[in-house]
Design a protein around this ligand. Structure first.
Ligand SMILES: CC(C)(COP(=O)(O)OP(=O)(O)OC[C@H]1O[C@@H](n2cnc3c(N)ncnc32)[C@H](O)[C@@H]1OP(=O)(O)O)[C@@H](O)C(=O)NCCC(=O)NCCS
Length: 209
């Protein structure tokens, strides 16, 4: 099957129209929107704020610092095949990218790879759960059937999150330090995104979990 380029589901259209606001476990509201080219500098600052171990968990090879070129690429996903949703900070991190979740689609249009990461200040608030779920739901609407990723065996937070979202996990046959995670999007539990009537001026509020 060839992926139908340009296909847009309701959630993706909603995100293109207007940011979505979610409530985190700290009771605060956070804005989610697709990544933009202008986010590159903030992405670099956010990556620098992560511990060496978190950087390793995200990249699975040593990347001490995001170069301008890497950040530019992260901020310019292929609109037809990929999606990256970022979380915008407030307070001391006003306007900064706190992190986000992305899918990168494969050429056959059936499978996509996920990734997710957050600055340390934004962890433990359920934001990874909400953002990754949103990106998976958008992936399903875009026609993908399966989303996969590779998780370090010691990455307890990611393993717990993947389990909670319904990923199945198996030891990587080629590397004992890695777990292969995948989810059939047909099994993804839908969450309500009350956005069908959303307008540019409106903010859509989604409760945690
Ligand atoms: C993976 C990551 C995005 C998870 O972020 P998070 O803020 O913990 O995510 P959430 O708050 O949405 O919670 C995820 C779940 O993991 C649990 N969790 C968090 N830290 C944990 C830990 N150290 N051990 C076990 N479980 C943990 C949370 O309690 C939560 O479970 P719950 O929903 O049942 O309460 C974050 O740790 C991160 O950015 N890590 C560095 C980059 C990375 O590893 N990316 C993944 C690459 S595959």
């Amino acid at each position: 099957m060839v992926h139908v380029t340009g296909l847009r589901g309701a959630l993706r259209r909603q995100l293109d129209l207007s940011p979505i606001v979610v409530r985190a476990k700290d009771g605060e509201d956070y804005t989610l929107r697709p990544i933009e080219p202008g986010d590159a500098a903030s992405l670099i600052r956010g990556y620098d704020a992560m511990s060496d171990q978190a950087k390793w968990f995200r990249m699975l090879h040593p990347v001490p610092h995001l170069t301008d070129e890497m950040a530019r690429r992260f901020c310019s996903p292929d609109r037809d095949r990929d999606l990256c949703i970022v979380i915008i900070g407030h307070g001391q991190l006003l306007g900064e990218i706190l992190g986000g979740a992305r899918i990168a689609g494969e050429a056959d249009g059936r499978r996509a790879e996920f990734s997710v990461s957050l600055r340390p200040e934004a962890q433990g608030l359920g934001l990874a759960n909400q953002t990754l779920h949103m990106v998976l739901q958008a992936a399903k609407e875009m026609g993908y059937e399966r989303v996969w990723g590779v998780i370090a065996v010691h990455n307890s937070a990611m393993l717990s999150l993947a389990r909670r979202l319904g990923f199945t996990m198996h030891p990587d046959p080629d590397d004992a330090a890695l777990i292969d995670a995948a989810i059939d999007l047909g099994t993804l539990a839908s969450r309500e995104f009350p956005g069908s009537q959303v307008s540019f001026a409106e903010r859509t509020l989604i409760d945690p979990n």
